[in-house]
Design a protein around this ligand. Structure first.
Ligand SMILES: [Zn+2]
Ligand SMILES: [Zn+2]
Length: 107
């Protein structure tokens, strides 16, 4: 019985320091993550590109006859690249600027 108690005590002594270490490390990590890092983001470049995303059919009337035509849809995408000279790194953001239909139609 005494042996068992001693063993339990030893186990607690061994486990406890590890446990404390881990929780301290966790706190440090959390502090690092939540501390607002100051960046110096500046617009480095702005790019536009058009990508085709699909097509659809539309109908129109001409001389009392119904016509069908295919219209190409494309997205005008704006990509802004930012550069932070504080840490020498970049980030980019993309924006959907415009949805373009190749044909002029009402619906
Ligand atoms: Zn930065
Ligand atoms: Zn269209």
């Amino acid at each position: 019985m005494k042996k068992l108690l001693l063993a339990t005590g030893l186990t607690i002594l061994v486990i406890l320091p590890i446990y404390v270490d881990e929780s301290e490390a966790a706190v440090e990590k959390l502090e690092f993550d939540t501390t607002a890092t100051q960046h110096n983001w500046k617009i480095y470049s702005t790019d536009y590109e058009e990508i085709e995303v699909g097509s659809h059919e539309y109908t129109y009337w001409k001389n009392f006859i119904r016509h069908k035509r295919t219209c190409q849809i494309s997205h005008r995408i704006k990509t802004v690249v930012y550069y932070c000279d504080e840490h020498d790194h970049t980030k980019s953001e993309t924006f959907l600027e415009e949805i373009i239909h190749s044909e002029k139609h009402r619906d």
